[in-house]
Design a protein around this ligand. Structure first.
Ligand code: FPP
Length: 253
């Protein structure tokens, strides 16, 4: 029997207030999808969708700061996204500097710490510089961790952890019996963060697309048809209210 996943319709825009005294997720991970379709619907180039998507990031970060979430991980560029036309890849790679040029001071003022996961070294140098500046400039902050997944692929990350373990065994720094979940977790990009409590994907696609496969073992999933550029504070709150209504059992009863 097919299981239908009920989408939360965006028509009902009536503001429902979030209960901040009820448990909020510590770590929210988001697959920001639908920029291209948003632009196409308006007869605009795909780049316009990505630019609009950047504005959404600002709104969501602001709300995450306000709600005192610990970590917000945003899937900005996957290891598979290199397959896109070069002009689109080049455009996306310019977005971090555009975003951070205009927004870094606000991030600093809001006590946000910028971080990344993914293979940073394979990004264009200008992208690396922009992101590294924001990491350095926000390193002293201790508020929200704003974690951009850039050139990130979960399988690749797990392969890296396996290689690292084999290396450590060969160097006799650990033995086969030391291999456990913790040994893997501490070799992932996300080693310093709690696992995501809530995974959101926008745009109606119901898949994970190689994002945080190990880390989302017990995450709650929230899929919405709203395209990323249309996702806003109210839609974000809806996802959090939905999360608050879930019963997390972690395999128990
Ligand atoms: C998915 O929509 C979106 C992306 C692959 C890129 C997302 C990037 C940003 C929103 C900006 C990143 C900015 C910073 C600061 C790192 P899609 O293009 O797959 O949309 P479609 O499925 O409708 O075609």
């Amino acid at each position: 029997m097919a299981i239908r996943i009920p989408f939360l319709k965006s028509k009902n825009r009536k503001r429902s207030t979030i209960q901040t005294n009820e448990s909020l997720p510590g770590h929210v991970a988001i697959i920001m999808d639908g920029n291209g379709r948003w632009a196409k619907k308006r007869g605009l180039p795909r780049a316009a969708g990505h630019k609009e998507g950047m504005k959404t990031i600002k709104k969501i970060v602001k709300k995450a700061v306000e709600l005192k979430l610990n970590v917000l991980t945003l899937y900005a560029f996957s290891t598979e996204n290199w397959k896109r036309p070069k002009s689109e890849v080049d455009y996306i790679m310019k977005l971090p500097s555009e975003f951070l040029d205009t927004y870094l001071q606000e991030l600093i003022d809001n006590n946000v710490q910028v971080r990344t996961i993914g293979d940073f070294s394979a990004l264009p140098v200008h992208t690396q510089k922009a992101v590294q500046t924001s990491i350095d400039e926000t390193a002293q902050n201790d508020g929200l961790i704003l974690n951009f997944a850039l050139n990130y692929g979960s399988r690749n990350e797990i392969v890296g952890a396996v290689k690292d373990i084999v290396h450590d065994i060969e160097q006799q720094q650990m033995s086969k019996d030391d291999i456990n979940e913790e040994a893997i977790s501490e070799r992932l990009y996300t080693k310093d963060y709690e696992d995501p409590d809530l995974l959101i994907r926008t745009s109606g696609e119901i898949r994970i697309s190689n994002f945080l496969l190990w880390q989302i073992a017990y995450a709650e999933f929230y899929f919405t048809e709203v395209l990323w550029p249309d996702f806003d504070e109210i839609e974000f709150e809806k996802s959090l209210i939905d999360y608050q209504n879930r019963k997390r059992r972690y395999g128990g009863i």
